[in-house]
Write a protein that binds this ligand. Sequence first.
Ligand code: 1CP
Length: 368
Amino acid sequence: MSAPKPSSRTGSRAAGQPTGSRSPGKSHRRFLLPFQGEALSPPPVWLMRQAGRYLPEYRATRDEAGSFLDLCYSPRHATEVTLQPIRRYGFDAAILFADILVVPDALGQKVTFEAGEGPKLEPIRTAADLARLDPAKTGGKFSLICETVERLRGELPDETALIGFCGAPWTVATYMVQGEGSSDQAEARLWAYRDPQGFQKLIDTLVETSIDYLDRQVKAGADALQIFDTWAGTLPDNEFDKWVVAPTKAIVAALKERHPEVPIIGFPRGAGGAALWYVDETGVDGIGCDTAMPPYMMSEAFEDEDVVVQGNLDPLLLVAGGDALDERVDEILELMEGRRFIFNLGHGIVPQTPPENVARLVHRVRGE
Ligand code: 1CP
């Protein structure tokens, strides 16, 4: 058994070699500089789910587009909602507006988003269900998403970086197998225990499809990529190795071969100490830290791993606002001073967030 070694510092990349050292010149996009070895003060800032229901203009565009998936597949509307938070707050990076569940939808699984209920999928539980997924079918839907990326690169301010993304195979599989969001991801975990070879086929399909999807996003103009592994934290160590680390490593390796200059951020939410192992093994250039990540890991342990750290304000502080928000922002900035750091939340913005608190956060981070 290859158990995670949280204290391991002997990964494939030696500490002290900035991941961006092979880049020819310094980027004019601040967001990219930490990946080129620079510790910026103030750090670049963007927020997960910065486009979303907390913004009235998002709700208006979403109503106009029709269903949530119609919004994702409409280049005009998806470009508009991606730009909305950039216009309001001038974040250092925009994130392509789409969803991690676009991948199962493009593979031919039935996916719907019921208002106020979250996603529903026709669950995949058997080899026959698996056989119906068709990677050859994804081209049309991925083209629509990539048209959004192209439009964005044309419309974003030149100094704003554009982040492309996908869900990590494990997290996407949990939705595909469960048929909806769940707190314990039981159906996927049980399938993986009872029939590891069968489950591996699903993961392999997702690895190959995600490589193709991310490759296409980079060719369309994405400057950086993030891999969202929201449910990485529910797996015991050996399962974490098989279903989180190995698939992510395969995706990173394939993208690095094609686009060595494009930084990749991993977000293994809930991984705790195993995030060190994840960084070591997968070769990601950046690590997204969730709200519960211990401060010493953010400020010290990851420095030895030579990785850019991103995170980790509690999204509920953006709801609370006031002194509590200011104090925690200051604490994080102080902790990460002198480090290659990108300010973000520990998870996505929640719908009840007052937009003015987001402005307050950005000003506070920038010392304005
Ligand atoms: O308008 C609405 O009602 C839809 C709400 C919404 C939004 C704004 C969903 C449904 N997805 C999104 C956009 C989205 N999702 C982005 C766009 C870019 C941005 O950050 O601004 C991204 C990157 C995602 C990624 C995503 N989708 C994740 C990973 C990150 C995370 O939040 O943990 C996950 C798990 C999803 C699935 C999903 N999509 C939507 C919902 C409500 C959920 C969660 C379902 C659940 O498990 O309860």
